[in-house]
Structures are given as C-alpha cells and as structure tokens.
Design a protein. Structure first.
Length: 225
C-alpha cells in the first residue's frame, strides 16, 4: 500500500468535503464544532433535495423529513425522526457526547401562520438533551416560486416578535437561503441558537412537456387559486 505524505492528505481533505467533514465530525471537541460540521453536512443533504425537486414536490412533510434523516444516517450521523423530547421532534441529531443534540422542526411553508406554529413547537415544546447545548433548526419546505423572498418574509416575522435577548445574523453558509437567530429560552433561561432554512422544492417547468402534462396543469391551477 502506498504511503501518503502529510501534504497529500491535506490536499485530499481540502478538495473533498465528504472526507473533510467525516474527519471533522470524528474529531470535534466542542458542541459548537459539532453543530458547525452538522450544518455543512445538512447543506449537502439540502442541495441533494433541491437539485431534484420533482421527486419531492408531491411529498408531505413527514416523507421529505424522512429523506433528510435517511441521508444524514448515510453520512454516519445518529439521526432520528419523531423522537420524544418534550414532544415528537421532527429531526433529532446526536453526537458521541450524550449531552449534545441538535433538534429541527420541518414544515411545508404555505403561510407565515403555519410556519409560526412550527416555530412555537421548536421554541416552547421541544427540548435538547441539555439546556446548555441548545442549537436548533427550522426547515421550511417551499413549493412556491421565489423561495428567497418567502424566507425574507419569515425573517421579518421572527424579528417582529421581539423575543427576549434576540439577535439575528446572516448565514454565510447559505446566503439568502438561511439566517441565524438567538434568543433566551423560556424554560432554561439559556440562549437558544436557531438556523432558519428555506428549502426550494418549487417545480413547474415551462418546456413543452411541462406545459402539457396533466400534473403540471393541475399545479398551475392550484397556484392560481
């Protein structure tokens, strides 16, 4: 077997996010590192959904979420769907440290009101393994066009709630498609960090087959209602 130099190994890691993230995940020493790697991995999973929206457009929340959990498992994460933590959490991801967990709430983003209900579940019902390590995520499956604008509307809606000790920052990992907030948790009094993601699953092609296929005609009719 050929020996590898340190420079070759570093080049392999730098050029392959899968290899890099695998090693980072195994070597994390802090909760923030665990979450940072998870978000890099989650973004790969999200991009997999977004590059083939035709496979998910007609799916309900549970089925889309199941796809995300399955892909995270394939990336060697301890990910579950419907685990009980104050309620049935859509996505729970754990690390080798039993105190560390990340929880996510998934909703098909039809209106601000239905997304708000998911936000309330995430912030007032569900619990992380430890209140000291409490990063969470909103996953908004958007089957309408112009996902970035819908996320902006949600961004403004969250800010208007005037949550205690609220802060908001842009997400540099998914600019325009995610943002980050922090506020004081009502149960623990500790800060809760939330990444809000919009996942663009709109699919209405305008080519000839897209204009004539029955399923696309139906979608146009639904969009007009």
């Amino acid at each position: 077997m050929k020996d590898f130099s340190i420079d070759q190994i570093e080049a392999l890691i730098a050029g392959n996010p899968n290899t890099r993230n695998f090693l980072r995940k195994e070597l994390v020493t802090t909760y923030d590192e665990f979450v940072d790697v998870l978000y890099d991995e989650m973004d790969i999973v999200i991009s997999t959904l977004e590059e083939n929206p035709q496979h998910y457009y007609d799916d309900n929340e549970d089925k889309i979420t199941h796809s995300i959990v399955s892909m995270l498992k394939m990336r060697n994460y301890s990910a579950t769907q419907g685990t009980t933590n104050g309620g049935n959490v859509d996505i729970t991801v754990k690390c080798n440290n039993p105190l560390w967990s990340w929880i996510g709430e998934a909703k098909i983003y039809k209106t601000l009101d239905n997304l708000q209900e998911g936000f309330l579940q995430l912030t007032t019902r569900y619990r992380n393994a430890s209140p000291t390590f409490a990063s969470r995520g909103m996953l908004a499956y958007t089957k309408r066009s112009d996902a970035a604008t819908h996320l902006k509307e949600w961004d403004e809606h969250v800010a208007a709630q005037k949550l205690p000790e609220f802060t908001r920052t842009d997400c540099t990992k998914r600019p325009g498609m995610a943002f980050l907030t922090t506020h004081k948790d009502n149960a623990s009094g500790q800060p809760v960090k939330i990444r809000h993601n919009v996942i663009a699953l709109y699919h209405l092609p305008e080519d000839k087959s897209g204009r004539t296929a029955a399923k696309y005609k139906k979608r146009r009719g639904e969009a007009a209602d």
